[in-house]
Design a protein around this ligand. Sequence first.
Ligand SMILES: *Cc1c(COP(=O)(O)O)cnc(C)c1O
Length: 433
Amino acid sequence: MICDNITVGQNGHLYFAGQDTVELAKQYGTPLYLMDEDKIRESCRVYTAAFKKHFGENARPLYASKANCFKRIYEIMREENMGIDVVSSGEMYTAIQAGYDLSHAYFHSNNKTDADIAYGMDNNIGYFVADNVEEIKAIEAEAARRGIRQKVLLRLTPGIDPHTYEAIATGKVDSKFGSAIETGQAEEITVFTLAQPHVELMGFHCHVGSQVFGEDIFERAAVVMLEFIADMKNKHGYMAPQLDLGGGYGVRYVESDPYLDVDTKVGQVAAAIKEACARLNIEMPEIHMEPGRSIVAAAGMTLYTCGTVKKIPGYKNYVSIDGGMPDNPRFALYGSKYTCLVANKMNEECDFVASIVGRCCESGDIIQEGVSVPSSVGRGDTVAVCTTGAYNYSMASNYNRLPRAPIVMLRGGNESYVAVRRESFADLCMNDL
Ligand SMILES: *Cc1c(COP(=O)(O)O)cnc(C)c1O
């Protein structure tokens, strides 16, 4: 299986985190997001241990909460001593509701509104990661008004192409994110920021992309960033205390995806950083990284109930499910791969090829194409889509007025509880006057 929390029981049912998914679908209804709490905690601990081992005691993984954002996940991050990234006032609000102390939070986004900046300062956010000069001006003005000195990092683009999907590649020079080192804009914004009395420059940030498997992408990005840091030290006498290398480690969606060992990867990045620091004659800054997908993706699974199966001889077959692009828009957005299984027929041969499609009035409402399933697949079967813990619930919509699915957490091999309840029809009309 693509992840060690997915197994098949003696009854031929698919098990997730040690629990029978067919039973869970019956108990909680479908569509249903499952989250394996033990797996989330394990991933946090793997990152934290690797950071301490390779980068030193002060290094901290920050959970990029846009991957999956709800109150319970921030409680888990608090308990696991993880820092967090947020990208909006709504994410900050959710974290606050969970009792998460925002002094450990980094506020990203390529366009923070004045209201966002004020909200962050109202709630004592630890750091702003400023995208551009305009934003530094807005942060400086708001901090001056309040008589505070706000800690900031600057987001830079190191000019590295991570060879992932175009829509999730962010570190190239011609990106909507950050200020480019290559064009001199990174130096310009650094000099400008250092001259502002109400912001304190804490260092630099980059994020090259997502679902990255490339051999040495993070190493190359780190070296480019450290060369820039050394350059700023030599030219302007400024030594950056922090370097944040962003998120992006890839996860296994299908059998052909490689398995990525976090400890090994972090060790390789640390080796490249230490070597570069020695060569450039600078001390090693405090290193941060911001995993999102690799913390939560494999901790998630979505369950659906199968409806119509349509066979079009000589063309295509369709297996319809009771969810679709409103709960998982990723195939529609960038053709993402997923492993789809018929959860109550795991021992049957998969000899029928079909597209798994949603129930929305939209031809692009597809979860996956060319999936092999048992030919007996039909109404009432439970369909499972694996590795949906990242960028599914957080991207969910109410298209076609479908109520959003609940999130049920699994732990200890036999315990389950609702972390986000299923939306009701009344919820759908809650804001309609
Ligand atoms: C999206 C994002 C992340 C997380 O990326 P993953 O691929 O989910 O690990 C981290 N940092 C920034 C700035 C991001 O935009």
